[in-house]
Design a protein around this ligand. Structure first.
Ligand SMILES: [Zn+2]
Length: 376
């Protein structure tokens, strides 16, 4: 009989194992039920506009259930979009404290930095972003956000420190941004040597070339200024209206000046270059050739500024009609004074002023001269 009891031992062990496993599952189920209860009451608070209570409830859950991080990120983004920076920050800060896989932790760090930036907590944003610049996955995004921050705080000098990190990315806009911020720093104006270095380091950017040309012109280094002005034209012929008034002061040899203007007028169809070329023909003793050039160009590309120059020329060649021509010219002038001259190719912002930084979309060197019937 006693032997029979021994035979029952494995049955008892199996029962113990089964019972233990079942009670673990019970615990697990109980935990999950709590999570679901807290989650539903958290969402309930949210739906009844008791957002502070909702956040408390939902943040408590995070300690228990880290698998719902995506839901929290979505919730935080929702708050950020509504302008509730505080709530977005609280959620992201809580997520930032969790031990998560590296990429996920970096993503949350970037989100938190964005919250700080949006809430105007620039110091905190800068610390988080500077750390992210060292990562391969988020370098470019962190640099772009960091440069936006320097635009907001006017800390132009800080951008230069990130030159080596910008070099590790393929981003053209970051290179143009760093070059512009170096030029923007009025407290530390760049000399010709530094500007020349910048033109070599960031050939994509036209601002250092333009600034170098203007500085050399001021210093009466005309040959070097001409080289810098011509470099701008080679890269962006549409900037002729801004460059040619400086370049004409560099007193290029007549033949070179003529060839440069002809190339810009005929190949690039640039209006300002056409007007300079017509002026050159008039000054060298061929007013008829000057007017002929303007009329030919007007037939190919209607343009109010070319028409205005024809009116000006006619006042010289036909003095008997000067009064009538002058009054028409006045009307054209008044019309042109209302016209926009530049437009941002990124956001479409329109202006009569030059801007290196678009005031609307905060991108560098995207505000460019307009072409067309009123263009220059
Ligand atoms: Zn813009």
């Amino acid at each position: 009989m006693l032997e029979l009891l021994f035979l029952l031992l494995p049955v008892a062990a199996a029962y113990g194992w089964f019972y233990g496993r079942n009670s673990l599952r019970q615990e697990e189920l109980k935990g999950k039920a709590n999570v679901a209860k807290n989650l539903s009451s958290g969402l309930n608070f949210l739906l009844t506009d008791q957002e502070d209570k909702a956040i408390e409830q939902l943040l408590q859950l995070l300690d228990i259930e880290a698998a719902t991080i995506d839901t929290y990120l979505a919730l935080a983004n929702l708050f950020r979009r509504r302008g509730d920076w505080d709530k977005a920050i609280r959620i992201h800060e809580k997520l930032h404290q969790l031990k998560l896989p590296k990429l996920q932790a970096q993503q949350i760090q970037l989100e938190l930095a964005n919250d700080y930036y949006s809430a105007g907590l620039y110091d905190r944003a800068e610390i988080l972003l500077t750390a992210l610049v060292g990562t391969d996955a988020f370098r470019e995004k962190a640099l772009k956000q960091l440069f936006s921050l320097f635009i907001a705080t006017h800390d132009w000098h800080k951008a230069a420190i990130f030159g080596p990190e910008v070099d590790k990315t393929d981003s053209k806009s970051l290179r143009i941004a760093i070059s512009n911020m170096r030029c923007q720093d009025e407290k530390r104006p760049l000399d010709a040597f530094s500007l020349r270095l910048l033109t070599q380091q960031y050939p994509q950017s036209i601002r250092p070339k333009m600034q170098l040309a203007q500085l050399l012109l001021q210093q009466q280094q005309l040959d070097d200024a001409a080289v810098a002005f011509k470099a701008v034209l080679a890269q962006k012929p549409q900037w002729s209206a801004e460059v040619l008034p400086g370049l004409i002061q560099c007193q290029l040899p007549a033949q070179e000046w003529y060839q440069l203007l002809s190339q810009l007028a005929h190949k690039q169809k640039n209006v300002t270059a056409t007007m300079y070329l017509a002026d050159w023909l008039v000054q060298t003793g061929s007013p008829a050739a000057g007017e002929q050039l303007l009329l030919e160009k007007l037939q190919q590309q209607p343009n109010i500024r070319l028409f205005q120059r024809v009116l000006q020329l006619r006042q010289i060649t036909e003095p008997e009609h000067r009064a009538a021509l002058h009054s028409v010219e006045q009307l054209v002038n008044a019309y042109l004074e209302t016209k926009i001259l530049f437009s941002c190719r990124n956001c479409g912002f329109k202006t009569r002023q030059t801007y290196w930084l678009c005031p609307s979309c905060q991108q560098w060197e995207t505000v460019e001269p307009l072409s067309g019937i009123d263009g220059r």
